[in-house]
Design a protein around this ligand. Structure first.
Ligand code: DGL
Length: 353
């Protein structure tokens, strides 16, 4: 009898200690959307299988998970972006104890989903987007390692307030700055102009700098009030390019066009005529650079009085992308157009985010 009650007391104590240990672990939620990290031959890994793939997870966090999508990143639609952003916001709003969220994604267009979340999630808690370059059927699959590092970053107090983060290959980049720079290499995710934010080492998550531009909790964009995103297209500049492509996009209903300009924003061939056509129709044209890095400075005011009416009209609908690459300028313009059709306001947005 005595032995039995001693055993009972021991069991009770052990349970209390282990649940206290479990409670002490930060709680992270994983939203799985698919991509190479899940793309196993013969059938994609589910969120459940991804969650079970990480040795050592039990020392990093308590992980819950959900299958939001299971597709290649380039198949994700604009409506799904809105739904994903709303879901992440809801998860935070309804669970104050949640430490952070990991979103798995294919890598091809990961930077777009990540930047959209960077602008639309209204919380200081970390959202970490994770993918892998090798699929689960490949020798050297790095998905489980990247995912565990993503969970550790999402659980880390050091990552709070830093906006949406992209974690692959032991490196932390800001969703604002990061881009995929190589079709195949593991070290593909780079922030060419500003560099990485931090690293994930065996002993700790180390953040070295932070983004001063507005994002997440300081963002003005609210996906609760956005029902759909306007059409915005990207047009590449190359020698001898024709402006009829730009005209066609305007006629197809584009509300904005991002020009992936040569160098510091030059156009080519007859593209100037296409831009005049767009601005005459009230379509905003954002100039970015196709070089992959660098800043396009905004125009100063209306310009000299000697400008022709067409040139003045062009100025009135022209915006500079600042240092956003064309695909991210497109996202920012779509969100800006959901709030305003005032040119100066849109330029302000480009300068503040
Ligand atoms: N590279 C993957 C992506 O970016 C595509 C592979 C797949 O999941 O089908 O999503």
């Amino acid at each position: 009898m005595r032995l039995r009650s001693l055993a009972f007391v021991w069991l009770l104590a052990a349970t209390t200690v282990s649940s206290a240990f479990a409670q002490a672990l930060p709680r992270v939620h994983m939203v799985a959307t698919g991509g190479t990290i899940s793309n196993r031959d013969g059938g994609r890994l589910t969120a459940e299988e991804l969650a079970r793939s990480m040795p050592g997870l039990e020392r990093a966090a308590t992980l819950t998970h959900e299958q939001f999508l299971n597709v290649a990143s380039s198949q994700i639609t604009l409506d799904q972006w809105l739904q994903l952003a709303r879901r992440v916001n809801d998860l935070f709003a309804t669970d104050q104890e949640l430490a952070g969220i990991v979103v798995t994604s294919g890598t091809d267009t990961l930077e777009e989903t990540a930047f959209f979340l960077h602008l639309t999630v209204k919380d200081v808690r970390p959202v970490v987007v994770v993918g892998s370059m090798r699929n689960p059927s490949t020798l050297g699959y790095e998905g489980a390692a990247n995912l565990l590092e993503g969970v550790r970053v999402a659980a880390s107090p050091a990552a709070r307030g830093k906006g949406v983060l992209v974690v692959l290959n032991d490196e932390i980049n800001s969703a604002r700055d990061v881009t995929k720079t190589d079709a195949l290499r593991l070290q593909t995710f780079r922030s060419p102009t500003h560099g990485l934010l931090g690293i994930v080492d065996r002993d700790k998550v180390a953040i070295f700098r932070e983004i001063l531009q507005r994002h997440t909790h300081t963002s003005e964009f609210d996906v609760r009030t956005i029902t759909s995103l306007p059409r915005v297209d990207v047009v590449m500049v190359y020698q001898g390019a024709t402006g009829d492509v730009i005209k066609a996009l305007v006629d197809l209903g584009a509300k904005g066009i991002v020009i992936a300009g040569a160098g510091a924003g030059a156009t080519s061939g007859t593209q100037g005529e296409g831009i005049d056509y767009a601005t005459e129709k009230g379509v905003f044209v954002v100039t970015a650079t196709r070089t992959g890095a660098g800043r396009i400075a905004p125009n100063r005011g209306q310009g000299p009085a000697t400008l022709t009416p067409a040139q003045q009209r062009r100025r009135a609908f022209s915006i500079s992308s600042e240092d956003h690459i064309p695909v991210k300028a497109r996202i920012l313009l779509m969100l800006a157009l959901s709030r305003t059709s005032n040119r100066d306001e849109i330029q302000r947005i480009f300068s503040e985010y």
